[in-house]
Write a protein that binds this ligand. Structure first.
Ligand code: HAH
Length: 364
């Protein structure tokens, strides 16, 4: 039996415990008030790719709390922004650029010259015949001049050329329409045109699988030859479409060191960590089950932990890190490489709440 006089004592110590918990809970809450951009303020800006629908509502609030840089996921690509030879669709890209500027966020431009999401008119003339190299380069110049000039002072860095290296390391350049018609020269020209339109913009070559040794060496070769030819290239974008199974820490470090040895800035441009092993585009199968199991969650935490530990180690070379999309509510990986297969590759869940991987990234 507890003596009556001890009761206030018990109540007091209980309240201390509760207070203690509540003080700690409050500390946690304060911790949660800090966003990724604040944890990484001394390292590099942290960004996300967005669509115009993200500039209002709950996504906008999450973006403003967490990120210090934005990229348009699609709206500055040639197809969406330049649908007809003589007409531009500025509105959606402007919405994103204005949201960035009004809120003091940096903006990366993506992308000026790519083999995908190109407008239908680009490679053919009025009669449907393939255009000549001269015509194609003139079109490239007109496009780059218009887009870069419009966002001058708003976009500080451009992915000028995207994915021009072949996936097979035995080949060098991708056999795209740009290459078939324009030859190797289209790459240097694109950088030149962008530099003429905005001499202050930082110009990047951007690619995926960029830390895999074979493709890495070919990207390095391209960059060295551009530098050698005095082409205005300032950085390399490592896309960072990785998975819980890749890359290895060694491949990541080796690639960063190799690119940095060229004196280039490195931007991690399109970061996500898929829960699936990487594979090519294919049809959905019945056996495709989208389940974010505790095991995958653990693998994802470990991968994100390694990635950001390495990024911090190389903060002198890595001058930006951008996630490709905002939260697991919507990721391009929900439809790639398997249509309709849900993925969970980002740091915020489908309710926009920080995942376990988020806490790995900010605890250091
Ligand atoms: C990226 N390609 C593109 O740069 C980006 O513009 C797009 O929104 C999504 C991913 C990655 C990629 C690909 O296009 C083809 C095969 C593998 C990876």
């Amino acid at each position: 039996m507890i003596a009556a006089f001890t009761k206030p004592l018990i109540a007091w110590s209980l309240s201390l415990i509760i207070c203690g918990t509540s003080i700690q809970a409050q500390d946690n809450t304060q911790g949660k008030e800090k966003g990724l951009k604040d944890y990484y303020a001394e390292f590099f800006p942290v960004g996300a790719s967005i669509s115009p629908r993200d500039v209002s509502g709950p996504e906008a609030a999450l973006i403003l709390k967490q990120f210090s840089s934005l990229t348009a996921e699609n709206m500055m690509k040639m197809g969406p922004i330049h649908p007809e030879e003589d007409s531009y669709n500025w509105e959606p890209a402007d919405q994103i650029a204005n949201f960035a500027t009004q809120n003091g966020l940096l903006m990366r431009g993506h992308t000026l010259c790519w083999h995908n999401q190109t407008p239908r008119w680009l490679f053919t003339d009025d009669d449907g015949a393939e255009v000549t190299k001269d015509v194609l380069l003139a079109r490239l110049k007109e496009h780059i001049t218009a887009v870069v000039s419009r966002y001058k002072g708003k976009v500080y860095a451009w992915d000028v050329v995207n994915e021009a290296i072949d996936d097979n390391p035995g080949n060098f350049l991708r056999n795209s329409k740009w290459y078939q018609i324009g030859g190797e020269e289209f790459i240097a020209k694109a950088f030149q045109y962008a530099h003429e339109a905005d001499p202050n913009a930082l110009l990047f070559y951007n690619d995926y699988n960029a830390v895999k040794p074979g493709k890495r060496d070919n990207i390095y070769r391209l960059l060295s030859s551009l530098i050698e030819a005095k082409v205005p290239v300032h950085g390399v974008g490592i896309q960072g479409h990785w998975s819980v199974y890749e890359p290895s820490e060694k491949d990541l470090r080796d690639a960063i060191e190799k690119y940095a040895s060229l004196g280039l800035q490195i931007h991690i441009t399109e970061l996500d960590v898929s829960i699936y092993p990487k594979e090519g585009r294919r049809e959905p199968r019945e056996s495709d089950v989208a389940e974010f199991t505790p095991e995958l969650e653990k693998l994802q935490r470990d991968k994100y932990n390694m990635l950001f530990r390495v990024f911090r180690d190389y903060k002198d070379s890595i001058t930006s890190v951008t996630f490709w999309n905002v939260s697991d509510k919507h990721s391009w990986l929900d439809n790639f490489p398997v249509r309709g297969r849900k993925d969970f590759p980002l740091l915020f869940d489908q309710q926009l709440q920080p995942k376990k991987a988020f806490w790995e990234v900010v605890k250091f």
